[in-house]
Design a protein around this ligand. Sequence first.
Ligand SMILES: *Cc1c(COP(=O)(O)O)cnc(C)c1O
Length: 385
Amino acid sequence: MKIEYSERIKQLPPYLFIELDKKKKKLQQSGVDIISLGVGDPDLPTPKHIVESMKKAVEDPKNHQYPFGRGIKAFCEAVSEWYKTRFNVELDPDSEVHSLIGSKEGIGHLPLAFINPQDYVLVPDPGYPVYKNSTILAGGNIYYLPLTQENNFLPDLDIVPKDILRKTKIMFLNYPNNPTAQVATEEFFKKVVSIAKEYNIIVAHDCAYSEIYYDEPPISFLSIPEAKDVGIEFHSLSKTYNMTGWRIGWVCGNKEIINAISTLKDNYDSGVFTAVQHAAVTALKSSQDCVAEMRRIYKQRCDVLLKGLKDLGLEYIPPKATFYVWCKVPHNYTSVSFAEKLLSVGVICTAGVGMGEHGEGYVRFALTVPVERIEEAIERIKKVL
Ligand SMILES: *Cc1c(COP(=O)(O)O)cnc(C)c1O
């Protein structure tokens, strides 16, 4: 039999980080000592109190059945309290919070709930690949928002043609930003709210890195007046509590938008494992000292990498948040040729162009290995430059 894939599957590019992971595993199998600064997956373990809470919850037969719905009451309430404490934003736990099987799941499904064939989605370039790919899967049209150094890696919304804005249904934004490690300003978010209102655009703000910062805590899009009229925010426990494997996150904000996501999810999945939700409640409601400790570790790693890059004569964008460093490639290299050069000495990074056309000229380093390994990576890079 001839198996024919759908056009929407055929249109998808290979998933960048899965390709990177395959490459890494292949090299490792052939005996190469790999330093992986590629995929943004924390190397640190989930804090013990969260693991303990999971162990207890998994023993309880009440947690063994279909979770269904928006999330257990305790989870939605914990999110609402955390938001109030962290951002001073009020969220109704019953209608303005929805659990997700990781924020990727929610971001991946969102366009299916809103996009018809003529509609446009604004997608940051460079950016997390899911914004683009979920638009392709929903049969929508993409309009890229370039993130450039001249604009502090914030999109210039004034240069988006008016006829595109009129056809735009969703605008994806992501601050703290992966891959550029920059943050949004209140002024920028105010402008976003005003454009969203004028053109009826749903703002989908991906806030997965809100807790990984170096100085000032980043702001929430929902803390801007009237933001809840136009938008939602995606959060994840993955990066904040080193829980990437557990698959839990949430979306919060505008209730009508959340209702649509809920309808979609009722037909795709049956919710997040209840025991994982209980562990997430523990994470959100316990002392946040473990998060401060994690920030301290990333800061230490970041200082070591930045110093090393500087000594090598490489130019980088000073990071404000996330665990990435957005680094310019030397002259006579493209982002791919530089990434390949580093791979030749067992150092994996992400070629900027893999995250969008405007990522050309950069590579992304993830601070997901210990200090000694970062030092080793710098030594190896020194040898090939
Ligand atoms: C890691 C990441 C996510 C979230 O991942 P989940 O594990 O699915 O919650 C979302 N957005 C960006 C930009 C990320 O880098």
